[in-house]
Design a protein around this ligand. Structure first.
Ligand SMILES: C[S@@+](CC[C@H](N)C(=O)[O-])C[C@H]1O[C@@H](n2cnc3c(N)ncnc32)[C@H](O)[C@@H]1O
Length: 266
């Protein structure tokens, strides 16, 4: 008898930045077509985020139609700065690829569909796609995958502040706190900052920063959401205080902000 073997399928699903109402209809369809959800837990601190993902499944997928497989994310060496930063990220990615490979090979049958639920949109500061490509390149397990876009924290941030990202015919740059700490990007007046553990905006809150406005948001789309906007010099101390209080209360924080230099229309 000729044996036909199925190919494992995987959805990489952007689930929005925290508000279950921001799942797209395409995401909900993909959730409903999934047999196994892989959830990588980053430990105690991020248990809330795992909980939010489970709430989304409860809200949108009939019980008993899927399995959830949780795994522990490898620790990342965050102490490595400067030139060592990229190799540290590379090692961490490979360690994650080992886990993904094992999960797909061992937890997903050949005719089943699995899914990774990605915070916000998979295109923005997320390594899931690169990791899946690494797993495919290794050749140990075969699968086909597709990507379902999600509402990123950047879209959610500017929507909550009722503003846009760019001004008429002008560029906008999305960068990290680490990069902003090195200097305000050249040639742009609208800068979105993510992954900022050290409040890099403070550097611009003093002299020379009088002409910068900030639109800041933490835990956007969740019940803990905090929003602050205004001239950076005035808003910075308030954000610093609110951020410290929230971090203390919850044990973790995720925040994103837009810095906008006031310039005459060109
Ligand atoms: C690893 S990146 C993932 C970004 C995600 N793929 C997206 O599209 O938003 C994590 C960063 O996203 C931002 N972020 C994600 N969710 C957020 C939220 N609900 N509120 C504020 N910032 C958020 C923070 O800057 C955080 O450091």
């Amino acid at each position: 008898m000729r044996q036909t073997r199925g190919v494992r399928k995987i959805h990489v699903i952007g689930i929005g930045a925290g508000d279950p109402d921001q799942l797209t209809l395409q995401a909900v369809k993909a959730l409903r077509g999934t047999d196994v959800f892989f959830i990588l837990d980053k430990g105690e601190v991020k248990a809330d985020l795992t909980g939010l993902r489970r709430d989304m499944l409860d809200a949108h997928v009939p019980e008993g139609t899927y399995r959830v497989v949780e795994a522990r994310d490898p620790e990342r060496d965050r102490s490595a700065g400067g030139a060592a930063y990229s190799p540290a990220v590379g090692d961490w990615r490979s360690a994650r690829a080992d886990i993904y490979e094992r999960l797909i090979a061992e937890e997903l049958a050949e005719d089943e569909t699995g899914a990774f639920l990605v915070w916000g949109d998979p295109s923005l500061y997320d390594s899931t796609l690169a990791i899946l490509e690494e797993v495919l390149e290794r050749g140990g397990v075969a699968f086909a995958y597709d990507v379902v876009p999600g509402i990123s924290s950047v879209s959610a941030l500017v929507a909550r502040h009722r503003t846009g990202l760019n001004r008429v015919a002008r560029p906008v740059q999305i960068t990290t706190g680490r990069r902003l700490a090195e200097g305000f990007p050249e040639g742009v007046d609208d800068v979105v900052v993510m992954l900022d553990a050290h409040q890099a905006f403070l550097r611009y809150a003093g002299e020379g920063g009088e002409d910068i406005d900030i639109y800041w948001g933490a835990y956007i789309g969740t019940p803990d959401e905090i929003l602050v906007s205004g001239p950076l010099a005035e808003a910075a101390p308030r954000i610093e205080r609110l951020r410290a209080e929230a971090r203390e209360r919850k044990g973790w924080i995720m925040d994103t902000y837009l810095l906008r230099r006031r310039t005459p229309e060109r």
